[in-house]
Design a protein around this ligand. Structure first.
Ligand code: TXE
Length: 499
């Protein structure tokens, strides 16, 4: 082990040892369900905590609490400026606990402590403050009407944005704290109540964030956390009749199942599903910029990023040079535990996911794909996968079509930009893409032809609270972030006045 390894704070060790319950009605509640779920440290494979496995009655209790809080008006009818102030205080509390939350995230998820501090906490603070500010920017329109009867009557209407009700938030395991707050904050800013279910693999940071919400002044029942399996806890939550809106981030298959069940009661849904994100590199691109940008875009968080670049299409004249530069960069990556910030690649989030990613690579190897592997992880039981390049894979390999969600990057030579575009768009997914060129005309002309919710030019994976994010095609429905974010958490009511 490296000498730079960070020693967990006493508060982190104490939190791990707790008997974790569910967070309902502003406090801890023991689950009625007898089951428990283990939480593992991906760097060692050791169990580090135990959480409750909520059953149907537990989930119902949480939703009832959120519903009562909503209809009481304790939050939904509070002055917007008061909601904003409390949510800003909530962000300040996270900032004060930066190291504690970052360490918990690294311990349960595996990621680098440097990434946990900078992104999982640091970027989340930006999002929280941006979203808190939206609470005081909710507005409708005034409308001139032309209703001609009865004679002489005049009508004026206006629209109000009203909180949609109880929100169910389903969170994955790649950025548990950040993605969790992407659901909690817009819901609370809009005046909704929320019941959130973290992934069973990474439940700890959201449990801690529930306590901080109460400390910040969020009233009991407005923010509840239930831990448990997707099949019971998640399913019961997303199909509960008192839930009005679902915000889900996860796999396409699970998202589709949730959307199907939501139809029965016409719940509002936002789905952020996976991606198989292409990068098109034109022959005039700045090769150093391409390699720096796409190494980060592909290997950040071990590639467990829905927006990660995973398929590169490089014009033939510069392909060999680009491939050599990526090979050098991948072989130079160091691999080790996330608590040592000097390592660039850390373990994957779970043993099951490690096995899945290794399966994709084994399948590609069996089909004679050319694999270039970087360093191996330390010996032991950690969930490591070596960073890997796949050169010129067949476009029908499972690895080139499905979301691998690991430290794996496919590099393909293309004859021209038309071939690159055809291959880039030949996917069920449409979350993000990037274009690398110094030619402004090419960038402006090609961008509209790429089927993706976000297209970067000369960068990849960079997101911002003020820039809408979401998918085309099977990458999802709805958009997160941006000035209109709360629209997804409000209903529009038209009020028509005769005068
Ligand atoms: O996802 P699931 P998994 C992709 C990535 C990964 C694959 C599978 O490719 O390899 O999905 O990951 C909850 N009703 N992404 O199996 O099952 C579950 O408990 C309600 C992309 O972990 O979608 C967890 O909290 N909820 C992605 C959450 O859904 C259910 C991030 C995600 O789990 C449920 C993560 C059900 N029936 C994985 N079943 C992204 N878009 O960023 C499960 N869940």
């Amino acid at each position: 082990m490296s000498s730079q390894i960070v020693r967990p704070l006493d508060s982190v060790s104490a939190f791990l040892k707790r008997q974790h319950g569910l967070y309902i009605d502003g406090g801890w509640v023991a689950a009625r369900g007898q089951g428990t779920l283990p939480v593992f440290n991906p760097a060692t494979g050791e169990q580090i905590a135990t959480t409750a496995d909520a059953d149907e009655a537990d989930v119902d209790q949480a939703v009832q609490s959120a519903h009562q809080a909503f209809i009481s008006g304790v939050w939904s009818r509070r002055l917007p400026a008061e909601r904003e102030r409390i949510l800003l205080r909530y962000a300040d509390l996270l900032e004060q606990h930066t190291e504690e939350l970052a360490q918990l995230e690294t311990l349960e998820q595996g990621k680098s402590i440097a990434i946990a501090r900078a992104f999982e906490v640091g970027s989340t603070l930006n999002w929280m403050r941006y979203t808190a500010g939206l609470a005081t920017k909710v507005s409708g329109r005034t409308l001139d009407l032309s209703i001609p009867m009865p004679e002489g009557a005049r009508y004026t209407a206006f629209t109000r944005k009203e909180p949609v009700g109880v929100v169910a938030g389903i969170v994955p395991w790649n950025f548990p704290l950040m993605i969790g707050m992407w659901k909690v904050m817009p819901a609370l800013a809009a005046g909704c109540s929320i019941v959130i279910k973290p992934s069973e693999i990474t439940p700890l940071t959201l449990l801690r964030m529930a306590e901080l919400a109460t400390e910040a002044g969020v009233p009991p029942g407005v923010f509840n956390v239930v831990t448990g399996s997707g099949g019971v806890c998640g399913r019961v939550l997303t199909s509960h009749p008192l839930v009005s809106k679902i915000s889900f981030t996860g796999s396409t298959a699970t998202g589709k199942g949730i959307a199907r069940s939501a139809v029965d009661s016409l719940k509002r849904i936002t789905l952020e599903l996976g991606g198989k994100n292409p990068a098109i590199v034109l022959k005039d691109a700045d090769i150093q910029q391409v390699v720096e940008g796409l190494m980060m875009g592909s290997f950040l968080n071990q590639g467990q990023v829905c927006a990660a670049s995973s398929r590169l299409y490089v014009e033939a004249p510069i392909f060999d040079q680009v491939a050599a530069a990526f090979e050098g960069a991948v072989k130079g990556l160091t691999v080790g535990p996330g608590l040592d910030p000097s390592f660039q690649i850390n373990p994957l989030a779970s043993q099951a996911h490690q096995a899945k990613v290794l399966g994709y690579l084994e399948d590609a190897r069996r089909q004679d794909a050319e694999l270039i592997r970087g360093a191996q992880g330390p010996n032991g039981n950690g969930f490591y996968v070596s960073p890997t390049l796949v050169l010129n894979p067949d476009n029908h390999l499972t690895l080139t079509r499905e979301e691998v969600f690991g430290p794996v990057l496919c590099l393909s030579r293309v004859d021209d930009v038309e071939q690159a575009l055809a291959l880039a768009n030949d996917s069920d997914y449409g979350l993000t893409a990037s274009l690398w060129t110094r030619d402004l005309n090419a960038a402006m002309n090609l961008t509209p032809r790429i089927e993706a919710g976000t297209v970067w030019v000369n960068s990849h994976t960079l997101i911002d609270a003020n820039m809408p994010f979401g998918g085309f095609k099977q990458s999802g429905t709805g958009r997160d972030f941006g000035a209109d974010w709360l629209d997804a958490y409000t209903e529009t009511k038209s009020v028509c006045i005769r005068h």
